[in-house]
Design a protein. Structure first.
Length: 109
């Protein structure tokens, strides 16, 4: 097809400067159309790559969110464990104090 187009454009050159100008104009039009098609293909590739990157980013953020949630649960469990240990320590101290008092009272008798 391209050879037929070239033959037609060369035949227009026989009409003088106007024919040459029309040949050049038509050639520029075809070149611009080809560049536009190439640019459209590149933009399509960019869009596909952008969608893939967005999907990977979403997966990574989900994993980080889960990790953050686990960290918060661990912190909460540690805080609760610390509070429980403090309560146990206080209970042991009260029991030791009661044992001391009762042993002191039994010695007095």
């Amino acid at each position: 097809m391209e050879s037929e187009v070239l033959k037609m454009l060369f035949s227009l050159g026989t009409y003088g400067p106007l024919g040459v100008m029309s040949v050049v104009g038509f050639w520029l039009f075809l070149q611009e159309r080809k560049r536009t098609a190439d640019m459209t293909a590149k933009i399509g590739e960019y869009i596909r790559a952008s969608h893939v990157a967005d999907a990977e980013h979403t997966k990574a953020m989900s994993a980080l969110s889960n990790l953050y949630d686990l960290g918060m649960k661990f912190t909460e469990a540690t805080t609760n464990s610390s509070a429980a240990m403090t309560a146990l320590k206080e209970a042991v101290e009260r029991l030791e104090e009661e044992i001391r008092r009762s042993s002191n009272e039994s010695k007095r008798r």
